[in-house]
Design a protein around this ligand. Structure first.
Ligand SMILES: Nc1ncnc2c1ncn2[C@@H]1O[C@H](COP(=O)(O)OP(=O)(O)O)[C@@H](O)[C@H]1O
Ligand SMILES: [Mg+2]
Length: 236
């Protein structure tokens, strides 16, 4: 009899600790964090301000390396796979501060990201795909032709979301993505995240303060005192 080995999780954090070393003191933000994130699942991470949520996302998205422990994507260590390759091909991040290219239009921000990561739309041109995504989250054509510095915070946030969605990746990270959005737009974004996980088998990991958002995710995690724990359904 043969027993099939289950596939490795999309993303595994194994014994992750992280310490920032300042000139005068060291701050340990994460302590022995162990967790496996799977495809087809929409996760939210809650936690008080300063608890290390952004730090956790920056490690999981390959922007920084943990002081201790290992992070694997489909069983491959990120440092062996290459952080640049991981960020280009496998993981997209919607940052708290948007990180848009300020000298470009909204549309150019999205098409440039597609060019850099080599994302090819299923049909049509990159520009057509970018316009479709921008429109689907409420930015009309006239707005997408504007320089991003001429857009409101909420509009910039939507450009950042469209940019991440345009890159065909396995894992999508977002850091408080609905913070600057009105309730209707925020709900549209939550629906998009859920569809990406459930219809397109992506792994979606969202840091949020919103109980409304967390209640609609499949698994709710809490980061507190350097530890990541999962809430059981009955506690929700
Ligand atoms: N680059 C850094 N250097 C030193 N300390 C940092 C740095 N980034 C974050 N911190 C500290 O790490 C802790 C966690 O920060 P952060 O991950 O941004 O938390 P959160 O996103 O949950 O608000 C805070 O005490 C913060 O001051
Ligand atoms: Mg943060």
């Amino acid at each position: 009899m043969t027993t099939a080995t289950p596939p490795p999780p999309a993303l595994r954090l194994a014994g992750i600790s992280h310490t920032y070393s300042g000139q005068r003191r060291r701050t340990t933000v994460l302590r022995d964090v162990d967790y496996s994130f799977e495809r087809g699942t929409f996760y939210t991470i809650l936690g008080p301000s300063g608890s290390g949520k952004t730090t956790l996302l920056s490690l999981a998205s390959g922007l920084d390396t943990p002081t201790k422990g290992a992070i694997t994507f489909d069983g491959h260590d990120l440092t062996t796979l290459g952080l640049g390759r991981y960020r280009n091909k496998h993981a997209a991040t919607i940052f708290q501060q948007y990180n848009l290219l300020t000298y470009m239009t909204a549309l150019q921000n999205v098409t440039t990201a597609m060019e850099i990561t080599g994302a090819k739309p299923p049909t049509g041109s990159r520009k057509a795909r970018a316009l479709q995504l921008l429109e689907s989250i409420g930015l009309d054509k006239a707005i997408t032709a504007r320089n991003v510095m001429q857009l409101s915070g909420g509009q910039q946030q939507r450009v950042a979301i469209a940019r991440a969605l345009a890159c065909d990746v396995d894992i999508l990270f977002a850091d408080e993505p609905t913070g600057n959005l009105d309730e209707d737009t925020a709900q549209g974004i939550i629906d998009t995240f859920r569809d990406l996980a459930h219809q397109q088998d992506k792994c979606v990991v969202v840091v949020t303060h919103s109980q409304q958002l967390a209640a609609q995710s499949d698994r709710v995690l809490t980061l507190r005192k350097g530890k990541l724990t999962e809430q059981t359904t009955s506690a929700r």
